[in-house]
Design a binder for this molecule. Structure first.
Ligand SMILES: [Zn+2]
Ligand SMILES: [Zn+2]
Length: 217
C-alpha cells in the first residue's frame, strides 16, 4: 500500500468516515427476534405479555395495595377522586358531553374539575393547554411567595433600623462593628446591602439577650 505524502495529511479531514451501524438490541425473551424497547430488555409485545402475566399472578396483592392506598387518601384527594368518578359516569351515561378546549377549541380534551363540590362546572381543556396553564400557575405562585418574602424583609428591616436608631451609642457601635464584617475578612461599608442585612441580623440575634438581661441603670 503506498503511503500518502505528509503534506497531504490535512486532506484526511475531508475523508468521510463510514456511518456507524445503528445499534439494535434484540428482545431477551426466548426465541423472540424483536427489537428491545429503549431502556428495556423486551420488545413491545413481550413486555406487554410480561406485564399482563405479572398482573394475573399478583392480582390479589394488587387489589389489596390499591384498597390500602385508597383508604389512606386525605379528605381533599378523596373529594377530587369522587368528583372525577362522577364526571366519568355522567359521560358514560351521556348525561354530560365533552366540550371543546377552552383555549384552542380542539375536541381532544380532558375535564378539569376545580371545585369537587361543583363537579358539573367542569373546564374542558386539551392536554397541551392544561400543561401551559399549570406552568403559569406554578410560576405565579412562586412570584407571589417571593414578593411576600421581599415585603416581609422590607418591613423587618425598617422596624429593626428604627429600633437601632434609638439604642444608646455604645450598643449601636457594637452592632455596627458586627455588621461591618464581610465575607473573607472584607470590611463592609454602611449602605452596602450586606451591611444592612448583617446589622438587622445582629440586632435580631442580640435583642432577646438584651431583653433577658437588662443593663443595670
Ligand atoms: Zn420479544
Ligand atoms: Zn387546547
Amino acid at each position: 500500500m503506498p503511503f500518502r505524502p505528509l503534506d497531504e495529511l490535512d486532506d484526511l479531514d475531508e475523508i468521510e468516515l463510514p456511518k456507524p451501524l445503528p445499534l439494535r438490541r434484540i428482545c431477551s425473551a426466548k426465541a423472540c427476534r424483536g427489537t428491545a424497547r429503549p431502556g428495556g430488555r423486551h420488545c413491545l409485545a413481550c413486555h406487554a405479555r410480561a406485564v399482563r402475566r405479572y398482573r394475573d399472578r399478583h392480582a390479589q396483592q394488587l387489589v389489596t395495595r390499591r384498597r390500602d392506598a385508597a383508604a389512606l387518601r386525605d379528605e381533599a384527594t378523596r373529594a377530587a377522586d369522587s368528583a372525577r368518578a362522577k364526571l366519568a359516569m355522567a359521560l358514560r351515561r351521556g348525561t354530560m358531553r365533552r366540550g371543546l378546549c377552552q383555549i384552542c377549541g380542539t375536541t381532544d380534551v380532558m375535564g378539569v374539575v376545580e371545585d369537587p363540590q361543583r363537579w358539573r362546572d367542569v373546564v374542558w381543556v386539551c392536554r397541551r393547554d392544561r400543561d401551559v396553564a399549570r406552568e403559569r400557575q406554578v410560576e405565579a405562585q412562586a412570584q407571589l411567595i417571593a414578593s411576600r418574602e421581599r415585603a416581609a424583609w422590607a418591613e423587618e428591616r425598617t422596624r429593626a433600623l428604627a429600633a437601632i436608631e434609638l439604642l444608646p451609642p455604645d450598643e449601636r457601635a457594637r452592632l455596627e462593628a458586627l455588621a461591618e464584617r464581610g465575607p473573607a475578612g472584607m470590611r463592609l461599608s454602611p449602605g452596602a446591602p450586606l451591611y444592612v442585612m448583617n446589622l438587622v441580623r445582629a440586632y435580631k440575634a442580640w435583642c432577646p439577650l438584651r431583653d433577658a438581661a437588662p443593663l443595670a441603670p
